[in-house]
Design a protein. Structure first.
Length: 354
């Protein structure tokens, strides 16, 4: 049987979860020549992905990415925490592993494009520029994690779920009796599993990074003792030991900043977390058009983390850094996290908060 869209070969990144499985099924039903690819990153099993491929009667390959994943993602994750920054491993993985290394594996095996189960859209305009857009399902939109993709990468990817809702995806899986749970999801930080990131860090880095010290409030008063600065992040409320305070003086406190020289954890009230400005480095733009649009447009917005609602702002360049000024103060702007710039539903680019 000749497939109606068989002139385009598609490699589908398959995790065994509902999103990638339904993506493969949609493309297969549309008559494309597809194959399933499972990335062995050392933190999962290919069993579910293989079963789905067998049901769809498509070729299936397992590719070993453990070494590059360890070098490009896990090492980055550890180093960021060592520098008291909160990393975003999914952003780094998408840029370097899924749409970097795996895309190259697909190309070398003569596949035209790579498909994944991300809830995001790509559109090409009349001038040949590829635009990265939010998924139709705003509650599951994953465009924030893909802001570092460039034109070359966007020209060779397909997102079958970009135009549908998550509930529709689950319904498709259930209706077609795919051999996965309808609520099967890929974990956000796959290599941690059920492990707390603090436990992971303690197993992988020197004990010198876990030296206890003083917790100090904004006025300089000692509140208690911390368990090592590396165990905290800006905006955190739990694990703030208030042993130096009487019960009547204890209140809800949050991590505001670190004093690395004194090994002190600075805490304050929630009000102390709000700021109008942020500086981002390691900038990345989807296209030159997107960069220009970000700088000249007064209606741009920015997100300072994945679930953050995009807020109106203005931009100013300072060398290779970008200063962002929000119209309203934003809560807990965290170094190490990505700041992603939007114009309407389009992702223009962004950088890493410093």
């Amino acid at each position: 049987m000749v497939k109606k869209n068989g002139n385009k070969k598609i490699a589908v990144a398959m995790s065994g979860g509902v999103d990638s499985s339904v993506s493969a099924m949609i493309l297969n039903d549309q008559g494309y020549d597809i194959s399933g690819f499972y990335m062995d990153l050392g933190c999962g099993s290919s069993e579910k992905a293989k079963k789905v491929s067998e049901k769809l009667r498509i070729p299936f390959s397992e590719v070993d990415g453990k070494n590059i994943f360890r070098k490009r993602v896990i090492k980055y994750f550890i180093e960021e925490y060592k520098n008291l920054r909160t990393p975003n491993p999914c952003v780094v993985c998408n840029k370097n592993i899924k749409f970097g290394w795996l895309l190259e594996v697909a190309r070398k095996n003569n596949y035209d494009v790579l498909a994944t189960g991300h809830y995001v859209r790509v559109k090409k305009d009349k001038n040949g520029i590829f635009h990265l857009l939010e998924g139709r399902d705003r509650t599951k939109d994953q465009s924030y994690f893909l802001y570092r993709l460039n034109q070359a990468q966007l020209s060779r990817v397909i997102f079958p779920l970009g135009e549908i809702k998550k509930e529709e995806t689950k319904e498709i899986a259930k209706k077609n009796s795919l051999s996965i749970s309808a609520d099967s999801e890929s974990q956000e930080i796959c290599f941690l599993g059920e492990t707390d990131y603090r436990d992971f860090l303690q197993k992988n880095i020197s004990k010198n990074y876990f030296q206890p010290g003083r917790i100090v409030d904004m006025k300089g008063s000692i509140v208690g003792k911390h368990e090592g600065l590396i165990k905290y992040t800006i905006g955190q409320r739990k694990r703030i030991n208030q042993t130096n305070l009487k019960d009547e003086n204890k209140k809800r406190l949050y991590v505001v900043r670190f004093d690395r020289k004194k090994n002190e954890l600075i805490v304050g009230t929630e009000r102390d977390l709000f700021k109008y400005e942020a500086v981002a480095g390691d900038l990345s733009w989807v296209s030159l058009w997107a960069k220009k649009k970000a700088l000249e447009n007064k209606k741009i917005k920015a997100r300072i983390r994945y679930r953050h609602k995009a807020a109106s702002c203005s931009l100013k360049f300072s060398g290779k850094k970008l200063k962002i000024i929000f119209k309203t103060a934003q809560r807990a702007i965290v170094p190490g996290q990505s700041l992603v710039i939007y114009f309407g539903e389009e992702v223009l680019g962004g950088g890493v908060i410093e």
